[in-house]
Write a protein that binds this ligand. Structure first.
Ligand SMILES: [Zn+2]
Length: 150
């Protein structure tokens, strides 16, 4: 799959203009390319409580699921019974309002891991890098299944 990084970065910069950031005044936009060729975006949404602030990547991952085509058999993608895979990100660009790349925060690296895996490419000022390089030895779903009570 060819990744048009300038277009992805431009989409992120465009949605950064829609950010709600009255406290930090740091507008952030994120754009991701899905395995089925869609571009999904998100912007940061701050809150007076600060702890409830949503990063741009949170909106992006929500859009990933909210805009995914329905499963062919009508079952939920997270039911574990349909065998239909959840939508997958393959590339993500996150930028500040000035259009320059920003790295995802720690929470968002974890969020993006579940949406794209360690191979998900993340745009940086020095070029795309696999998410696994930004979040080594990550906690993931297999850690749950291997350790939960029977
Ligand atoms: Zn974040």
């Amino acid at each position: 799959m060819i990744i048009d990084w300038p277009a992805l970065r431009a989409a992120a910069a465009g949605v950064a203009g829609r950010a709600y950031a009255p406290y930090s005044r740091l507008r952030v936009g994120a754009a991701g390319l899905t395995a089925d060729g869609r571009v999904v975006t998100g912007c940061n949404v701050e809150n007076a409580s600060f702890g409830l602030t949503l990063c741009a990547e949170c909106g992006l991952v929500s859009a990933l699921h909210a805009t995914a085509p329905p499963a062919v058999d009508g079952t939920s993608r997270d039911s574990g019974t349909s065998g239909t895979a959840a939508p997958v990100l393959v590339a993500v660009a996150v930028v500040a309002g000035d259009g320059a790349p920003l790295l995802p925060c720690g929470r968002c690296r974890q969020l993006l891991l579940e949406a794209g895996g360690a191979a998900l490419l993340v745009d940086t000022t020095s070029g795309p890098v696999p998410l696994g390089d930004l979040l080594p030895a990550a906690f993931a779903a297999p850690d749950l299944s291997a350790r939960r009570d029977a």
